[in-house]
Design a protein around this ligand. Structure first.
Ligand code: FE2
Ligand code: FE2
Length: 471
């Protein structure tokens, strides 16, 4: 049902751009602006390097990607949607079971535009946040993975820009332009969401970002994959294929730091990991607390009319809505969550639809818990007494019902003074950043790794660990 894959035109695609001159020309005009943005805000210093990269070339689950040396500015950013199901239906909400929309329904136009733009904005934001990390890469293997993530976030921006140009008319064109104007962390024209304006300036943060922030991306995309707006569902579906690798980079990157820390703990006469130039587990815990709490904010308010109306309209579904649920209306159920009333935590029941952000956050937390259990098994196996954990979802929040109050990592209500006194112990701070900067010296020799991180268990796509991933 899809148009055939066209790899030879200026913008590789399987959306039939060759037969869609208006959208094709608009995207071809956007392309030089995108490349200019990439040149200014991407990993600029590495433009001359050849990087062994994966490029999406189709949506076949068997062989959807090509691996080869590419200079990043020459990366072939394409537009790929997974094939249309013959009988695509609206999967969630009041109209569930009705045919899915091929065009944007007028009444949901603003809401859908906002959803697409908010998702789209995160893609260039993360490239901007990571743009200087190449300088301190702990190995060529890691440097290549950073660049792989970067070019694919760029491709996700292309996927969203296509939707804006194709389906949202003049507003869509303006939004696509603004996506290249905002800048992560810029006080005057920041990116839309908080976590995408936080500095990600060392590799511990990079791995925490790909572990926790890209994982938020996974769950947001999974909710949009259930959208009744079929082109959005199909483009998110394919983005998820690429996203899996970003999560692998984050989860295994943190695991390799943990493994190395345990080794250094054994080597040091006093078990002092920092004394050996490694990343100690209290620092790791602060990075987890910092990034996990910022990422929880990305799911939106715990009790949300927007979430209810998006679900009711079928614009978003729950995680695996179609496979895991039978009641796609979710009108009769309630969700119980702790709220603060008169300075105390009390349980409150809210209609399930209003708690849809929290339902998605639950899935996210579960997935993060799985990774933490794995890291703790690794610590145990390596003979370390340290254990890691996720803080309570109330801890250090800036959005939602907990954001006006202070909580400790266990989730107990505390005073602002008590929070501030403890914050340096709980959250990655300037002192940690100084230390991390001091140990993150670049390693450029194939097969060699910085002292603070263990090598991966294997290379990529059958290549050895000492393959020249960047040259
Ligand atoms: Fe992405
Ligand atoms: Fe990603």
């Amino acid at each position: 049902m899809n148009a055939p894959v066209d790899l030879n035109c200026r913008i590789p695609n399987n959306v039939g751009l060759a037969d869609d001159p208006k959208v094709r020309r608009a995207l071809e005009r956007w392309q030089p602006k995108y490349l200019q943005w990439w040149h200014e805000m991407g990993p600029t210093e590495y433009e001359p390097n050849e990087v062994w990269l994966r490029t999406a070339i189709s949506v076949d689950s068997g062989g959807w990607a090509n691996y080869d040396y590419v200079r990043m500015p020459e990366y072939r950013w394409g537009i790929f949607l997974t094939p249309r199901e013959e009988q695509a239906v609206i999967r969630a909400g009041d109209m569930s079971g009705a045919p899915a929309w091929e065009q944007v329904p007028g009444e949901f136009r603003n809401a859908l535009r906002r959803i697409v733009v908010t998702q789209a904005d995160t893609e260039p934001a993360s490239v901007e946040q990571q743009r200087l990390l190449g300088r301190s890469a702990p190995s060529l293997y890691d440097m290549r993975n950073l660049f792989q993530v970067n070019v694919e976030e760029g491709r996700h921006l292309w996927a969203m820009a296509y939707l804006l140009y194709k389906y949202f008319g003049k507003d869509g064109r303006e939004e696509a332009g603004e996506l290249l104007e905002r800048r992560s962390g810029d006080p005057d024209k920041p990116r839309i969401l908080g976590a995408f304006n936080q500095p990600c300036d060392n590799w511990l943060s990079f791995f925490a970002f790909t572990m926790f922030t890209d994982r938020d991306g996974k769950f947001q995309l999974a909710a949009l994959r259930e959208s009744g707006f079929d082109p959005l569902a199909r483009s998110c579906d394919f983005m998820l294929t690429e996203e899996a690798f970003h999560l692998f980079v984050g989860e295994t990157g943190l695991a390799r730091i943990i493994k190395r820390a345990a080794e250094l703990e054994r080597i040091d006469p006093n078990g002092d990991v920092r004394n050996q130039g490694g990343i100690d587990m209290p620092t790791m815990q602060r990075a987890i607390n910092y990034w996990f709490s910022h990422c929880l904010d990305l799911f939106g308010g715990e009790i949300s009319n927007n979430a209810a109306s998006y679900f009711g309209a079928g614009l978003k579904g729950r995680f695996r809505e179609a496979d895991r649920y039978t009641d796609h209306r979710a009108l009769d159920d309630f969700y119980t969550l702790p709220v603060i009333e008169n300075g105390e935590l009390r349980s409150r029941e809210v209609p399930l639809r209003n708690a849809m952000n929290e339902v998605l956050r639950d899935e996210y937390v579960k997935d993060c818990e799985r990774a933490v259990r794995k890291w703790n098994r690794l610590l145990e196996k390596e003979g370390s007494e340290h254990r890691l954990r996720l803080p309570s979802r109330r801890f250090h929040r800036h959005q939602g019902i907990y954001s006006d109050h202070c909580f400790n990592p266990e989730g107990e209500l505390i005073s602002r003074e008590a929070f501030e006194a403890k914050a340096p112990q709980w959250l990655l701070g300037p002192e940690d950043r100084r230390y991390l900067d001091s140990i993150m010296k670049p390693v450029r020799e194939s097969g060699k790794f910085a002292n603070w991180i263990a090598p991966p268990t294997r290379g990529l796509k059958g290549k050895p660990i000492d393959f020249e991933y960047v040259r």
